[in-house]
Design a protein around this ligand. Sequence first.
Ligand SMILES: [Mg+2]
Length: 247
Amino acid sequence: MKDLLLVTDLDHTLVGDRPALARLNKTLETLRSRIALVYATGRSLAGARQLQQEEHLLEPDGWATGVGSTLLWRGQPDPLWDTMLGKHWHRPALKALLSHWSDLAMQPASEQTPYKLSYELTRPRQGKEAREFENHLRACLGQAGLQAQVVFSSGCQLDLLPPAAGKGPVTAHLQQKLGLRPDQVLCCGDSGNDRSMLAGPWWGLMVSNARPELVDWWQQARPDTLVRSHHPYAGAISHGLETLPLL
Ligand SMILES: [Mg+2]
């Protein structure tokens, strides 16, 4: 039985300050039997494992990769999670629909998974143009009677995910799987794709180096379980473990 589910984003949250990460790793190693550690990232599993090697990340209990579209729990797929993802998810139909879009190029096979369809825009779009593109895409999906989450990032990357996917939903699934209360869960992140897990009914922690889109959202929503840390990267997680009523 674990006392805490710790779900953390990788790039610019856990990773970014090597001395702070080394200190956090030491703390986590001493608490290892009490903490279920999960890495939640936009990266593919291969990309995340490569980062693990480069940055000496601890072996986690779970890998939630592809923006919460794939879950590997203690080395095994989670059949219940896959069943949830499969609801209202018609990948071949989505792929066929978007094959007619000349400004979308499919990302390499290494970035595709059964529950994620990933493209690159041949012409990057920012700001208003990006929002218009996203709205047009959503309207086309709606007309075709297809459901998917549209995740648009850095102006040029586009991921389509099952309606049930995401870092927040995968956290909720793991909380239930482990039989923990919301106040036994801590999620940490820095950017827009961390929002769904930082908005959950559990503890959330935003690193001080969070991206503007996340800070803008926080300033409007201000969930009272979300802490905006004064510390960057892994230092924020260490400080959260020391100061929040978690363990
Ligand atoms: Mg990040």
